[in-house]
Design a binder for this molecule. Structure first.
Ligand code: SF4
Length: 487
């Protein structure tokens, strides 16, 4: 039976679609990769896969649905993945109308070329994949999956370059959108980031001769790897025999890292762009308290992602911080395939109000974002049922009014609350005493940009807030998506 890994509470959050991890130069590399994937599990919970290379048995792979800890800790699975070079991928849990992933969609993908095999794991989303796929199929490519990432393997197959890193450069020059790619040949570990560096990728050192690539630094920490540096936007690294070779296959562009990684996607113990994610989130709370103060008795996070911003809000405002909502950490494992009746309990399956604390209090609730707003309404109901005197929402991101096309699952624009309502309308619809979002400038300040957002040349991707897409989503435009009109 496939474990039930998504529930109504999570359906009202944006979801990172993938995490990637690779290691070279260590004994039993797949074990290191499994640990790295476990640390990156927050980036994708539906499925995971590992490819390893061993000179005697060649390339081996294992792809499974479910959590890393339930699949890649088993001796019989890990015994099939020998070798000192391996890469892995975790994929997020699909929900609603998109349907479930098929095992053939689980990465890494593998291609056998005349110069040897290559496995590829991709975090991000290719915004011209529909068009590319159509062209590739018309020219004879036979796709095995429904994933945009498989285009990379087929584009590599069409390249006339003599080695795999050069073929990969050709392939990635043809794609548009966001990609942090980890790949491996029989002897090389390869890491590449798209020219804008939308999704993260970091390099670490393992022991004397080993290296690791990971979506986040928390993946390096778990295997005891030393953080070396971030792979830079537009950079390719090829690691072999204890050496790291760097090249710049793409034209230069100004970095547009995803600012939502700071707000929500990345783990708070990771370091992004030299900044602690936790500290940025705490600082968002500080900025929120300056921008949107309100008289109240308690500041409570919506756990877990609202916690650092709630701490910052409390520190700046002087209003006591308290755990007014408690999260059940074991929800995902407790109910396998829940009945409809249990599903309808919604947010109560995961969150419970600390009634003794809340009764009679004016409560500020700090959450990371509002997507559809359905969860915000339910949380408000729970807090009022517990006897709160007032409920004030403070949101650690600006209104999410536009979909993401760069590797984050977002509802269609019409389903985003902020796409159809003003802030006051959202406040009334959720039914709270006040609702305030951090401003875009405030978010940039919290992320270390003292002067706020550079309006002519923004320092980050913030398209889901601003509607200004750094790479035109050509597939979506072809399907009729209306970009924001120029101001
Ligand atoms: S649109 Fe939003 S979620 Fe997507 S990459 Fe840009 S900032 Fe990140």
């Amino acid at each position: 039976m496939r474990p039930f890994l998504s529930h109504p509470f999570d359906d009202d959050k944006l979801k990172e679609e993938c995490g990637v991890f690779g290691v070279i130069g260590v004994t039993d590399a797949a074990n290191f990769v499994a640990l790295g994937m476990h640390a990156l599990q927050h980036r994708g919970q539906e499925a995971g896969g590992i490819v390893a290379y061993d000179p005697e048995t060649g390339f081996n792979n294992a792809r499974r649905f479910g959590y890393v800890r339930d699949n890649f800790t088993k001796a019989d699975v890990m015994a099939t993945l020998p070798g000192s070079l391996a890469i892995g991928h975790v994929r997020y849990s699909t929900a609603g109308s998109k349907g479930a992933t098929a095992i053939r969609d689980v990465q890494p993908f593998f291609g056998e070329f005349s110069m040897g095999g290559c496995a590829v794991a991709h975090n991000g989303n290719l915004t011209n994949a529909t068009q590319l796929r159509k062209e590739l199929i018309e020219r004879g490519s036979i796709f095995q999956s429904s994933s945009d990432s498989e285009c990379i393997i087929h584009l590599m197959a069409r390249s006339i370059q003599k080695n795999i890193p050069e073929r990969m450069k050709d392939a990635l020059r043809a794609v548009e959108g966001a990609f942090s790619v980890i790949a491996m040949t029989r002897t090389k570990l390869i890491g590449v980031r798209d020219p804008l560096g939308v999704r993260p990728l970091v390099l670490g050192k393992v022991g004397d001769d080993g290296y690791a690539l990971s979506s986040e630094t928390c993946g390096l920490d778990i295997i005891g790897a030393e953080f070396v540096r971030e792979i830079e936007p537009g950079e390719m690294v090829v690691i072999s025999k204890g050496k790291v070779e760097s090249s710049r296959p793409f034209g230069s562009a100004k970095s547009r890292f995803c600012i939502f990684e700071h707000v929500y996607f990345s783990r708070p113990d990771s370091i992004l762009g030299g900044r602690s994610v936790y500290e940025t989130r705490r600082q968002i709370g500080v900025e929120l308290a300056k921008e949107s103060p309100v008289e109240a008795d308690l500041v409570c996070p919506v756990p877990d992602s609202g916690t650092p911003a709630a701490i910052g809000y409390s520190q700046q405002s002087g209003i006591p911080y308290a755990m007014g909502i408690i999260r059940n950490q074991y929800m995902g494992r407790t109910f396998i395939e829940p009945t409809e009746q249990i599903r309808n309990m919604g947010v109560r399956l995961k969150l419970n109000v600390n009634r003794a604390l809340i009764r009679g209090k004016r409560v500020i609730l700090v959450d990371d974002s509002v997507v559809r707003g359905t969860t915000s309404r339910k949380i408000k109901d729970m807090i009022l049922d517990a006897g709160a005197a007032e409920v004030h929402f403070r949101i650690a991101s600006p209104p999410t009014a536009w979909p993401c096309f760069y590797g984050v699952d977002t509802p269609e624009r019409e389903k985003l609350l902020a796409a159809t309502m003003s802030e006051d309308e959202m406040r009334d619809w959720i039914g709270v005493d006040s609702l305030k979002f951090i401003s875009l400038d405030g978010l940039y300040r919290a992320a270390g940009e003292a002067k706020g957002r550079d309006k002519t040349c923004p320092q980050y991707c913030d398209a889901c807030f601003s509607g200004e897409y750094p790479v035109a989503p050509s597939d979506q435009i072809a399907k009729g998506f209306a970009m924001k009109a120029a101001e």
